[in-house]
Each structure stands twice: as C-alpha cells, then as structure tokens.
Design a protein around this ligand. Structure first.
Ligand code: CP3
Length: 348
C-alpha cells in the first residue's frame, strides 16, 4: 500500500485535502547530487543502469519531498530500439547519426520487441520501486509520436522543428507510416512499464504546439488518442500536449485521466475547454522558480486558488530549468503542501 497516494486520488477525481505536487524534469538537471553522477557516467549509462535509475529517480523525493517520482530515463530511448542511433552531445543535446530525410528512410525504422530491447528500463522500474518502498507513486513516461518524429527527422533539438513540419507536409504518407510505427512501439513500451509496476504514465507531446490546428489534427491527435485509449485500460494516463489550447477539447474525450497545460493558457480557459471530468496538471511558469521566496509563494498560492484543490495536480508548465536553485524548488513544493484555503484568506 502506498503511504502517499494523493497523485492517484487526484487522477481518479477523488476529493483531496490539498493538491499533489511534482515537477516535470525533477529527476535530473538541477539537483547537485545528479550533477555529480553526470561527471562519473555518461547519459545513456545513467539511463541503462538500474541502480543509477533508482538512485536518480528517488533524489527529488528525498531532497524535496514531492508527492510522486518520475522515472529517470528519456523519451529518446525508444529510437535506438527502433534502429536509430542517438548520441547526447555535451552542451548541444540529442544528435542522431542518420536522421530520416527521405520517405525511403522510414524503411530502416522497425517496431522492436520492447521487452528485449528496452529491458533495462523495466529493470530500472523494478529497482526504483524497491528503493521508493511505497512512499509515493512512480510515474512512467514516453514521448508522443509527433514529438519523437521531430527528433527523427530534424536529427537534433531545434527551436521550431521546421524540417519535421516540412516532412509531414511534403511526404504525408511516409509521415503517417513513421507515426504509426512510433505509436505501436510506444503502446508496447508503456504497457511493459505498467507491467513492471509504474502507477501511472505521462505522455510528453512537448512540440505539439509547433503544428497548425489542422496538422495537429492529422499528425498528432489520432496517435495520441490511440495510445491513450489503449493505455487508460491499464493505468491512469496524463497527457502533456504543450502549446495546443486549440486541441484541448478534442483531447478531453481521449480516455486520458489528466491533461497537463503550460503557462500560455489560463486555468479557467483550460477548464472550460477540458470540462469537469478530467484532472488538470500544471502550469506555473518555470521562470517563477528563478525569483525569490515571496514571489514563488505568491504565484503558487494564486495558481492553486484558480485551479481549485480537486481534480488538480500542481506542477510547472514545462520542465524545471537547470539553473533553478534547489531551495526555490523546495519553496514551491512546500507552498503546495501547506496550502489551505483558510490560510490564504487570513493572509490576504
Ligand atoms: O528529468 C527528469 O525528470 C528525468 C526524466 C526525463 C529526462 N528527459 C532526462 C534527461 C524526462 C521526463 C525527459 C523527457 C524529455 N526528453 C522530453 C520531454 C519533456 C520536455 O522537457 O519537453 C524531451 C523533449 C526530451 C529530449 C531531450 N533529452 C533533450 C532535448 C535533452 C537535452 C537537453 C535537456 O536537458 O533537456 C535531453 C537530455 C536529458 N534527458 C537530460 C536529462 C536529465 C540532460 C542531459 C544530462 O543530464 O546529461
């Protein structure tokens, strides 16, 4: 039995005394103990070694007391399993040796047997669950097909993924072929994560907002829906389609238990679009955590007040910034955990 199941209760729409809180990208990036491990092991070694996965995943639970752990891994780990080599270059980010440039390149991409090729992830989950010892739920995750296609075609990170967008317009059949292979792989991959013991999953569509509403409907939505409909039979599903207020109402009927929103949409607007049946997650601007205690508390309390305590998971609107001081992250987490509507009204 979980000692703290607030996240799962919020996902199921149960009444809670305060919202659960965790932060996207909390397992790496900004924690000094993680930076030390970075000096000792390269990125994929960190992802592929179950003891390191468990250790890094538990860091924010130990250091900050967040209400959920997210597995230390990366959305890009499925690509090598599908036949595409990925490197992580210091200071530059992901780099693909042979990206997809022409339609025939998609022939090289296979749908793998994930239980073989990604077995280290599932071992990492088991090691993490042991180390977590039922303190908080463990969130599994994967990248959404469109966001993975961005890296497959662009071959690296980008500020706007125009090559990937052009590929979809130029070669729609090849794009759909690729997206469908990515979808089949992602479904199998997430199902195996659930079998290994994760309590819920988040699907990151970090670059959905680069698509036009029509392109989102064609190249992202059906694949998100397919994954969510299938996975929600196994565990609660959180969708994070960044930057697509125009697509929120369509996603409300995808079987997802929760939708993560970024800071470019107000909680009230999101609630109107998504309706009352789903949980919302988000959406503090991560830049708020670069300020001071007073400003962080003010913005965090205001955010909860607007979202409301129920059907809500407090989080940032995107990943925590690497330069965030640990103390500021702690203030954010504590402010949520100490939140009571009464305390707020006596202070204001
Ligand atoms: O940070 C965590 O909570 C751990 C798990 C995690 C990582 N990546 C570890 C990581 C998660 C959930 C991700 C998701 C991810 N990876 C996304 C979606 C979320 C988002 O932020 O939009 C995306 C787009 C990626 C792709 C990716 N991986 C990039 C662009 C980079 C380089 C820049 C960076 O730091 O984001 C990575 C590498 C990566 N993945 C690092 C970490 C901790 C940094 C590399 C390092 O520590 O050496």
């Amino acid at each position: 039995m979980l000692q703290n199941d607030l996240l799962l209760r919020a996902l199921n729409g149960e009444c809670v005394s305060r919202p659960p809180v965790w932060m996207m990208r909390q397992a790496g990036r900004f924690l000094p103990a993680y930076q030390k491990l970075r000096e000792q092991y390269d990125f994929f070694t960190r992802c592929q070694t179950p003891e390191l996965v468990a250790q890094i995943t538990c860091l924010p639970v130990d250091v900050l007391g967040v209400d959920a752990a997210i597995l230390f891994s990366d959305i890009l780990v499925v690509l090598p399993a599908m036949g595409i080599e990925v490197q992580l270059i210091e200071g530059k980010g992901p780099w693909l040796v042979n990206p997809v440039e022409r339609p025939t390149d998609t022939d090289r991409i296979r749908v793998p047997d994930v239980s073989q090729s990604l077995g280290y992830v599932f071992q990492g989950i088991r090691a993490t669950l042991e180390k977590l010892d039922n303190r908080v739920p463990l969130i599994g995750f994967a990248g959404a097909p469109w966001t993975l296609l961005c890296y497959l075609v662009e071959g690296k990170g980008s500020s706007s993924f125009e090559k990937a967008r052009a590929f979809c317009y130029h070669y729609p059949a090849a794009a759909h072929d690729l997206l469908s292979k990515l979808t089949r792989t992602t479904i199998a991959y997430l199902q195996e994560q659930v079998k290994a013991g994760v309590h819920c999953i988040q699907l990151f569509d970090s670059w959905a907002g680069w698509l036009t509403p029509e392109a989102f409907e064609e190249f992202a939505l059906p694949y998100l829906q397919e994954i969510t409909t299938t996975l929600s039979a196994y565990c609660p599903v959180i969708l994070f389609p960044k930057g697509i207020s125009f697509g929120l109402s369509a996603l409300a009927n995808s079987g997802a238990h929760a939708i993560g929103i970024d800071w470019t949409i107000s909680p009230n607007q999101a609630r109107t679009l998504v309706g009352n049946k789903l949980t919302l997650q988000g959406n503090l601007d991560p830049a708020v955590l670069l300020t001071d205690a007073h400003t962080i508390k003010q913005h965090t309390q205001h955010m909860i007040q607007v979202f409301g305590v129920n059907r809500y998971i407090a989080n940032l609107g995107h990943g925590i910034l690497p330069q965030t001081p640990v103390e500021n992250a702690r203030i954010f987490v504590q402010t949520v955990q100490e939140y009571t509507p009464e305390a707020l009204s006596t202070k204001s």
